[in-house]
Design a binder for this molecule. Structure first.
Ligand SMILES: Cc1ncc(C[n+]2csc(CCOP(=O)(O)OP(=O)(O)O)c2C)c(N)n1
Ligand SMILES: [Mg+2]
Length: 336
C-alpha cells in the first residue's frame, strides 16, 4: 500500500493567520457597505468592488516593507485598506465628502496617500503600468532599496503600453513587481474570448522578465510568491511578474447586468475557494482560534466599517471654492 502523504501544514503563526483574516474581512465588509451606500444613492459615479479578490492584496502587502510603493487600477479600495489607509477617509471620498482623501473631489478611482505610498486609483485601463515603472525608476535612481507593486488586470495585460513598459523595466533593471490580477474577466469578456494565450505570466519571457502563476484565492500562496518577487527586485535583479489567479464575485461595476456568466459559476467559487473561508478553516482546524474569537473579530470589523460609513455621512460636501484648489502644483514636490 502506498503511504498517503500527510497534508502539508502551512508554516504560519496563529497571529499571522488572524491578521490575514482581519484584513481580508475588513475589505469584504467595507465593500459590502460601499455597495449598500451606492444602492442608497449616497455614492455617485463609478464604483468597482473588489469582493472575492481580497487575498491578492492582503498577501502582497504582507510581503511589502515600509516605504514600498503601490499603484493600481480603478478597482482600488482593497489596495487602500490593505496598505493602511483610513477606512473613514476612503468611505468619505466614495461619498464625495470633504473628509475624503481627495476632499471629496476624486471619488472611487482617484485617491492617493503620500504617507502610505499609494499612488492611485487609475481609470484608464493599464495607464498605471508605465507610471508604476516610473516610480520604480525614481527608487532605483535614489538607491533607496524600495520596490513598487504595479497592479493591473487580465484585460489590461493585452494593452500595448504594458509591453513598452516591460521592455524599459527590464532594460533598466527596475525594482517593480508587475502584479496581474487575473480575475478571468475584463468587464463582460471572459479571458478565453479575448486572450490568445492564457498563461499571462509568461508574457515577460521576450524581455527576460521571470514570471509565475499564483493561486490568488489562497493568501498564504500569495504571500509566499510575493516574498520571492520582492527579494528578486530588492536584490537588483530587475522586474518580476506575478499572475495571480483570482475571481470577482460582484459585477465589473455597479451597473453590470452580469449576463456573461452563470450564477452557478460564482456560487461554486464562493463555496469552494473563498479566501476568507480558507483562512477561517485554518484558524479553526489548527485550534488557533475559537468560533467566539472569530465572532469577536467580525464584530470589531463591523464596528470599524459602520464608523467609516457614519463619518462619511456626517462629513459635509466640499465647499464650492474647493473647485479651484489642487489643480496644479505651484512648485514641483521634492523627495516625493
Ligand atoms: C483605455 C481604456 N479602454 C477601455 C476602458 C473601459 N474599461 C474599463 S475597465 C475595462 C476592463 C478591464 O479589465 P481587467 O484589466 O481585467 O480589470 P478588472 O476590471 O477585471 O479588474 C475596460 C475595457 C478604459 N477604462 N480604458
Ligand atoms: Mg479582469
Amino acid at each position: 500500500m502506498v503511504a498517503r502523504k500527510a497534508a502539508k501544514k502551512p508554516n504560519v503563526s496563529a497571529d499571522e493567520l488572524k491578521t490575514y483574516y482581519r484584513e481580508m474581512l475588513l475589505i469584504r465588509r467595507f465593500e459590502e457597505k460601499a455597495g449598500q451606500l451606492y444602492g442608497m444613492g449616497l455614492i455617485g459615479g463609478f464604483c468597482h468592488l473588489y469582493i472575492g479578490q481580497e487575498a491578492v492584496v492582503v498577501g502582497l502587502e504582507a510581503a511589502a516593507d515600509e516605504g514600498d510603493k503601490r499603484i493600481t487600477s480603478y478597482r482600488d479600495h482593497g489596495h487602500m485598506l490593505a496598505c493602511g489607509m483610513d477606512p473613514k477617509g476612503v468611505m468619505a471620498e466614495l461619498t464625495g465628502r470633504e473628509g475624503g482623501y481627495s476632499k471629496g473631489k476624486g471619488g472611487s478611482m482617484h485617491m492617493f496617500s503620500k504617507e502610505k505610498h499609494f499612488y492611485g486609483g487609475h481609470g484608464i485601463v493599464a495607464a498605471q503600468v508605465p507610471l508604476g515603472a516610473g516610480l520604480a525608476f525614481a527608487d532605483k535612481y535614489q538607491g533607496n532599496g524600495r520596490v513598487t507593486f504595479t497592479y493591473f488586470g487580465d484585460g489590461a495585460a493585452n494593452q500595448g503600453q504594458v509591453y513598452e513598459t516591460f521592455n524599459m523595466a527590464a532594460l533598466w533593471n527596475l525594482p517593480v513587481v508587475f502584479v496581474i490580477e487575473n480575475n478571468q474577466y475584463a468587464m463582460g469578456t471572459a479571458q478565453k474570448r479575448s486572450t490568445s494565450s492564457p498563461d499571462i505570466h509568461t508574457r515577460g519571457e521576450a524581455f527576460g522578465i521571470p514570471g509565475e502563476a499564483v493561486d490568488g484565492m489562497n493568501v498564504l500562496a500569495v504571500k509566499e510568491a510575493g516574498d520571492k518577487a520582492v527579494a528578486h527586485c530588492r536584490s537588483g535583479k530587475g522586474p518580476y511578474i506575478l499572475e495571480i489567479k483570482t475571481y470577482r464575485y460582484r459585477g465589473h461595476s455597479m451597473s453590470d447586468p452580469a449576463k456573461y456568466r452563470t450564477r452557478e459559476e460564482v456560487q461554486k467559487m464562493r463555496e469552494e475557494r473563498d479566501p476568507i473561508e480558507q483562512v477561517r478553516g485554518l484558524l479553526l482546524t489548527g485550534n488557533h482560534a475559537s468560533e467566539e474569537d472569530l465572532k469577536a473579530i467580525d464584530k470589531e470589523i463591523k464596528q470599524v466599517v459602520n464608523a467609516a460609513a457614519e463619518f462619511a455621512k456626517d462629513s459635509p460636501e466640499p465647499a464650492l471654492d474647493e473647485l479651484w484648489t489642487d489643480i496644479c502644483a505651484e512648485t514641483a514636490p521634492q523627495n516625493a
